[in-house]
Ligand binder design. Structure first.
Ligand SMILES: [Zn+2]
Ligand SMILES: [Zn+2]
Length: 149
């Protein structure tokens, strides 16, 4: 099973660790994730916020409105700008960008969301759940994750 997770930003100024286990991991094809990542999609692994520990470094926060009218805090390294964490304000869950982990291999996504704005050349593996936009709840994503972990 999983050992303690650790990760960092691109420059290494920020390091963090995670106790406990993620509750799900998924890919987001929304245009905001495409723009933020400068790539085809974003990835997210959700954790209980109490399980994330900042070991060193300094984060800056930018807040954006989500399509569902919530506010999402987007946190990144003040030195290199690597986006590391997203959190809908008021939620007890926090999203870590799996590519920032020292061992991202265990974060094979179980779902793809906002498939309606997916880039045409991206193929989704058949075992993954798919949602045209935001899933109505994250329950299905958590169940799919539990089934394979
Ligand atoms: Zn950095
Ligand atoms: Zn997105």
């Amino acid at each position: 099973m999983m050992t303690k997770l650790t990760g960092q930003c691109q420059c290494g100024a920020v390091r963090f660790s995670v106790t406990g286990k993620p509750v799900t991991a998924f890919v987001c094809h929304c245009t905001q994730c495409q723009r933020q990542s400068g790539s085809a999609f974003g990835m997210a692994a959700w954790l209980d916020q109490a399980e994330l520990h900042l070991e060193r470094g300094q984060l800056k926060e930018w807040i954006r409105q989500t399509p569902s009218g919530k506010q999402m805090a987007c946190r990144f390294c003040v030195d290199c700008g690597s986006r590391l964490f997203h959190q809908v304000l008021g939620s007890s869950y926090l999203s870590v960008k799996p590519g920032s982990l020292d061992d991202p291999l265990q974060f094979s996504p179980v779902a793809h969301i906002w498939v309606a704005s997916k880039q045409a050349w991206v193929d989704i593996p058949p075992h993954c759940l798919q949602f045209e936009g935001n899933p109505e709840s994250v329950g299905a994503l958590m169940q799919a994750w539990q089934a394979v972990h």
